[in-house]
Design a protein around this ligand. Structure first.
Ligand SMILES: NC(=O)c1ccc[n+]([C@@H]2O[C@H](COP(=O)([O-])OP(=O)(O)OC[C@H]3O[C@@H](n4cnc5c(N)ncnc54)[C@H](O)[C@@H]3O)[C@@H](O)[C@H]2O)c1
Length: 334
């Protein structure tokens, strides 16, 4: 593992975590409802999930078996060759594999996370030895919800890579609590990461692109939860945050079109990451329920996002901006 300089992390800031039971007392809210929902069209208060502290989160590795870089003819427009890409939330889960896909497509890469241990960001583990030139892959600390931290991180990336062309905002998290039992400090923290974090990174990279008078492309990782209400787990603040991300992408696409900066959103459905796997292992009924609602009959894999992200970041999509691509196995169609 590549260790970043010691900085503040989720795990090292326990004082900010208010245990849920204590928070409930503080907010004088009653315990969760005990009535069972009558049908799957309602949320179930018994499905509760508090995003774990960092030391309890499973680490994740780059994936294998994706075919690596394609050496047979394909449209030149799909290549990210010569680009420098940034992925927030790049230490784990979807962000790490998205970054891997960007390297396969020819980009140099800066992985950003507040996790103090970024998985080995070496060219060897991310390239499957098929690139003719060795990509530059670096790891950087940022708390995406903190403006000063974001500015310092972007400056560090530009100093090390010389420029930024592409951004993917994948830092984000979800929790499941009934709205009436969700401590407001945790709601604000969620919105701070999912919404403010997306906004801060996008605006900072846009300023850099405008200063360079350079075009660029960004992908914001939203969620199908930004368009529909998932059941049975209650997660109103998360759903609202992802609706905000989707509309942020559309709004900034219009605002920055004059500068040649494209902004799109990808809305994943249920994806099988190390974390979702851990949660669902403990809740097999929930997994069964989720899969029963997906027309393709299975959860997605992180590598299912590689192609859509590479498409949106590359010139292959140069007339596509403000779009939302659902990568959800058809979930939101039914
Ligand atoms: N996994 C899914 O099924 C799924 C589905 C739809 C959308 N999404 C979205 O995809 C994105 C990535 O999710 P994931 O499943 O890979 O989650 P994950 O928890 O595995 O990874 C998220 C990463 O973001 C980082 N992060 C959290 N807060 C941060 C902060 N303040 N500053 C910097 N980094 C921070 C974490 O350290 C972690 O490395 C999230 O925005 C999530 O809402 C996930």
């Amino acid at each position: 593992m590549l260790r970043l300089a010691a900085r503040r992390t989720f795990a090292s800031a326990p004082a900010r975590r208010l245990p849920l039971a204590a928070a409930r007392k503080f907010h004088s809210v009653p315990p969760p409802r005990q009535d069972k929902p009558g049908s799957h069209s309602r949320t179930d208060a018994e499905v509760e999930f508090e995003y774990p502290p960092e030391h309890e989160l499973p680490s994740s590795e780059p994936v294998s078996g994706t075919g690596g870089q394609y050496v047979k003819p394909t449209l030149a427009g799909f290549s990210l060759d010569g680009n420098v890409g940034v992925v927030t939330g790049g230490a784990r889960g979807l962000g790490l594999v998205i970054g891997q896909g960007m390297v396969f497509s020819g980009a140099d890469l800066a992985l950003v996370d507040m996790n103090s241990e970024i998985p080995r960001a070496s060219s060897g583990s991310l390239t499957a030895d098929t690139r003719s030139s060795v990509p530059k892959v670096t790891a950087h600390y940022a708390d995406v919800s903190d403006a000063d931290s974001v500015e310092a991180c972007i400056a560090e990336i530009i100093q090390q890579h010389g420029k930024i062309d592409n951004l993917v905002t994948s830092a984000g998290f979800t929790e499941n609590f009934e709205a009436t039992n969700y401590p407001i400090d945790r709601v604000r923290k969620l919105w701070g990461v999912n919404v403010d974090g997306t906004y801060l990174f996008a605006t900072s990279v846009a300023r850099h692109l405008m200063e360079r008078k350079s075009p660029g492309s960004m992908v914001m990782i939203g969620s199908m939860s930004g368009a529909i209400v998932n059941v049975p787990q209650p997660q109103a603040p998360y759903n609202a945050s992802k609706a905000a991300v989707r509309h942020l992408a559309a709004s900034l696409a219009v605002e920055w079109a004059h500068a040649g900066i494209r902004v799109n959103c990808i809305s994943p459905g249920y994806m099988l990451t190390a974390l979702t796997e851990k949660i669902l292992d403990e809740k097999p009924d929930l997994k069964k329920k989720w899969v029963s609602l997906i027309p393709q009959g299975k959860m997605g894999l992180p590598q299912d996002l590689m192609g859509p992200v590479a498409f949106l970041l590359s010139d292959a999509s140069r007339y596509v901006t403000g779009a939302d691509i659902r990568v959800d196995g058809g979930y939101t169609l039914t």
